[in-house]
Design a binder for this molecule. Structure first.
Ligand SMILES: *Cc1c(COP(=O)(O)O)cnc(C)c1O
Length: 410
């Protein structure tokens, strides 16, 4: 019995076929069940900030598991309070910040959705705006927020009170009326294919939402925790939001999410209005605290900037006719292709022991651990160049579109 057969028979079919079975990881490397080594330039989709089996991660889990894992939200624990203080400091909330803990990105965004409804409760503002092509999660609430009609269609009807608008300042200006409680945006749309907001968008969004009485909620689930070369993506725009949501990289591989609120938005939840049994448990918050502590201690936010540029330079130096350039910031990079062959390039990379992913039909997403250095980047450049060459050869660039189809993995 192969693992492929087991997976095909026993796992829910909501994902495509698993591409490999991994049994061990260390740093930026993974080993599969055949003993083969792979260079992991996806990091569990921007999750494994410190790479695999980092000693700080291992030590934090082991120590906290042996001390206290879970007590329910009837009680406080030191790790959850320490992490809240750290998140407030890093996010720049000042005194009037608060932290809600969940266990995933979707749960963080569900909390943000409820925050928006609470904000508009007295004024009658019931609507939340998000952007076309945005991704905010797969629960019913966050699927309604997600701006991808094809993902919503099988599950209609959607939760009401959500509007999707194009990512332009004009569209926002036109849509921000007195029915709107909040605007939720990703600083970089990771799942849409690492698509950046137009120049000046976040700044304009901050001004317009403040002026018209709506909250600005920034979904930092993929961009947060140092990934873009700042602790949070919104910092690049020099704004202060009303709330941010976090998950992915903040736990370094341990499932945890959070909503961090600023100022008046910190006063909206009241006792009994929201909760999660596991949310904010001592184990998860201890691990996230240790992961953020190590990112800070080792200067990994700056490393994301430096290594991100190094990867862009390396991709440009390959000089492949299939590559048009790179999008994104820091270590969240979308390598744009001239043709919809991202799935083929990803498959060619995997054959060569390099893990990347097709963020959309014509974009390869690269999101390695924040810990990478010269050796990993040199190896990436070599394997990625060979993968591009193989695809360019097997799909003559002119009819690549028809040859490769357009399989998109999210
Ligand atoms: C991954 C992601 C989510 C959903 O997070 P889950 O942990 O998968 O629920 C939401 N928003 C953004 C921007 C994401 O990248």
């Amino acid at each position: 019995m192969s693992w492929q057969q087991d997976a095909g028979r026993d796992l829910v079919r909501s994902f495509g076929d698993r591409m490999a079975m991994f049994v061990r990881g260390e740093g930026a490397y993974l080993w599969d069940d055949t003993g083969r080594r792979h260079l992991d330039f996806l990091a569990g989709i921007a999750v494994n900030s410190l790479g695999h089996a980092h000693p700080v991660f291992v030590e934090a889990i082991s120590r906290q598991a042996a001390t206290l894992a879970h007590v329910s939200n009837y009680f406080a624990t030191p790790p959850q309070l320490e992490l809240a203080a750290t998140l407030k400091r890093l996010a720049g909330t000042g005194e009037r910040g608060r932290v809600y803990y969940g266990n995933s990105g979707a749960e963080a965004n569900e909390a943000a959705f409820k925050l928006a409804r609470l904000h508009g409760r007295e004024s009658g503002r019931r609507r939340v705006l998000t952007l076309d092509n945005s991704f905010h999660g797969r629960t019913m609430g966050t699927l309604a927020l997600t701006g991808k009609p094809a993902m919503q269609e099988p599950f209609s009807p959607m939760v009401p009170g959500v509007g999707h608008i194009p990512a332009t300042i004009e569209a926002l200006d036109a849509a921000l009326d007195d029915t709107v409680a909040a605007l939720m945006v990703e600083p970089i749309q990771g799942e849409a294919g690492v698509v950046e907001l137009p120049e000046g968008y976040l700044r304009a969004a901050r001004e317009l939402t403040a002026e018209r009485g709506a909250l600005l909620i920034v979904d930092e689930i993929q961009t947060g925790a140092g990934r873009t070369g700042a602790w949070f993506g919104f910092e690049h725009a020099g704004i202060t939001p009303d709330a941010i949501t976090l998950a992915k990289g903040m736990g370094g591989g341990f499932p945890i999410g959070a909503l961090v609120t600023y100022g008046d938005a910190s006063e909206l939840f009241f006792p009994g209005s929201h909760g999660s049994t596991f949310g904010g448990n001592a184990l998860g918050t201890a691990v996230a605290g240790a992961v953020l502590g190590e990112i800070e201690r080792a200067g990994l936010v700056d490393n994301a900037t430096v290594r991100g540029q190094q990867i862009r330079d390396a991709v440009a130096a390959i000089g492949s006719p299939l590559v048009t350039g790179c999008r994104g910031q820091g270590l969240l990079i979308g390598i744009a292709l001239t043709h919809p062959v991202a799935a083929a390039v990803t498959a060619a990379a995997q054959e060569r022991g390099l893990i990347v992913n097709a963020a959309n039909a014509s974009t390869v997403r690269v999101a390695p651990p924040l810990t990478i250095g010269d050796a990993e980047i040199d190896e990436f450049a070599e394997l990625f160049a060979a993968s591009l060459a193989a695809v360019a050869e097997s799909y003559p660039v002119n009819d690549a579109a028809s040859a490769a189809g357009s399989k998109v993995t999210a």
